[in-house]
Design a protein around this ligand. Structure first.
Ligand SMILES: Cc1cc2nc3c(=O)[nH]c(=O)nc-3n(C[C@H](O)[C@H](O)[C@H](O)COP(=O)(O)OP(=O)(O)OC[C@H]3O[C@@H](n4cnc5c(N)ncnc54)[C@H](O)[C@@H]3O)c2cc1C
Ligand code: FES
Length: 318
């Protein structure tokens, strides 16, 4: 029996939202806000731009999130009422305009639907800011390493580290020049910017981890590394820095469902202990992360994800 339409529905619905908001707030130490379509102009897409053929930058109206968010935090959004909830990092915000910026790679059903949305349309729901903010201090020389769409995720952290007085060396990389994003933006907030492409079409011919090795070899005293990108990239960087005993922070992207610490979907193992990335992370000490577990859990719904993508492709072609 559906509760919708009964006199109890508005009450239970309100109670559930109040619980979700307060629960998220308690755990993350930041009061998360749910903006739902229909709330004035909330969640309206004010700007959308393809940074490369499969990476989109989107600016969304979400004033309360914009006011509260800190580097390292993320939102969960739904494109429509029946859609799934997906987590995306808050890359930037403007508290005066009441907007947040996200940068996402089109990889599956929801990111495809999101990339099809136009300026002026509204998302069904935006929840945030979620997750623990990045630990920002004056560490000394920090190296920020971003790969692929991970450059968007490392950008706000790099900016905050620079503003805290660190000397920031950034290393960004992509498979090839055409899909390298945020070069100018990263340059503007870094003391030194180094670029690598797998195919050698731009910058150093090789991986970001090779560039980091070169920095270490040139005698650079590095106090902290932050590395965000594909799991194999973060694993290689962590193996390298472990060898030199350089503290290294990673931002993990396990599958998330509720993003408030209740469902267990985002379970990761750090230092042999179970952590929930949505409330304990998403950033962790990279030397302690069980990358094998993370990789296998990310593949858990591979078949269903492929089917869902095929389904919307068919729908689009009808
Ligand atoms: C805290 C956090 C921040 C993130 N920030 C960004 C970001 O700024 N930009 C960006 O492009 N991506 C980001 N991601 C990953 C993004 O959430 C997924 O790419 C997205 O959920 C895929 O949805 P889909 O339906 O399009 O693809 P799906 O068909 O669901 O999956 C395609 C691929 O994405 C992975 N994936 C699926 N669902 C999730 C999920 N809920 N969380 C993580 N990975 C998932 C799958 O393992 C698969 O490899 C972030 C993930 C987390 C956990
Ligand atoms: S997503 Fe449910 S516990 Fe983290």
């Amino acid at each position: 029996m559906s509760l919708k339409g009964t006199p109890w529905f508005p009450f239970l619905y309100g109670l559930f939202h109040a619980y979700l908001i307060s629960h998220a707030g308690n755990i993350t130490r930041v009061r998360a806000v749910i903006h739902q379509k229909g709330d004035l102009n909330l969640n309206r897409i004010v700007e959308t731009e393809f940074l490369s053929h499969a990476v989109v930058k989107m600016v969304i109206e979400a004033p309360d999130v914009a006011k509260k968010r800190k580097a390292g935090q993320f939102i969960v959004l739904m494109t429509d009422e029946k859609g799934e909830r997906i987590p995306l990092t808050i890359v930037d915000s403007d508290s005066e305009k009441g907007t947040v910026t996200i940068i996402f790679q089109v990889v599956g059903k929801t990111t495809t639907c999101l990339s099809d949305m136009k300026e002026g349309e509204s998302l069904y729901c935006v929840l945030g800011p979620l997750g623990r903010p990045t630990e920002i201090e004056k560490f000394g020389t920090t190296v920020c390493v971003g790969g692929g769409v991970g450059i968007g995720v490392v950008y706000p952290i790099t900016k905050a580290l620079k503003e805290a007085g660190n000397r920031v060396i950034s290393i960004i990389g992509a498979r090839t020049k055409d899909i390298l994003i945020l070069e100018d933006e990263m340059k503007a907030i870094s003391d030194e910017l180094l670029i690598a492409t797998d195919d050698g079409s731009y910058g150093f011919h090789g991986f970001v981890s090779d560039v980091l090795q070169n920095l270490i070899d040139r005698g650079e005293k590095i106090d902290r590394v932050v590395t965000i990108g594909p799991v194999p990239m973060m694993r290689v960087v962590c193996n390298l820095t472990k060898h030199y005993n350089i503290k290294t922070i990673v931002s993990l992207n396990p599958i998330m469902v509720d993003a408030t610490g209740m469902c267990g979907a985002c379970r990761v193992s750090v230092g042999g202990k179970t952590k929930f990335a949505c409330v304990d992370g998403p950033e962790f000490d990279g030397h302690e992360v069980d990358f094998d577990l993370l990789t296998s859990r990310l593949r858990m719904y591979y078949v269903q994800e492929k089917e869902a993508l095929e389904y919307i492709r068919c729908e689009c072609n009808e």
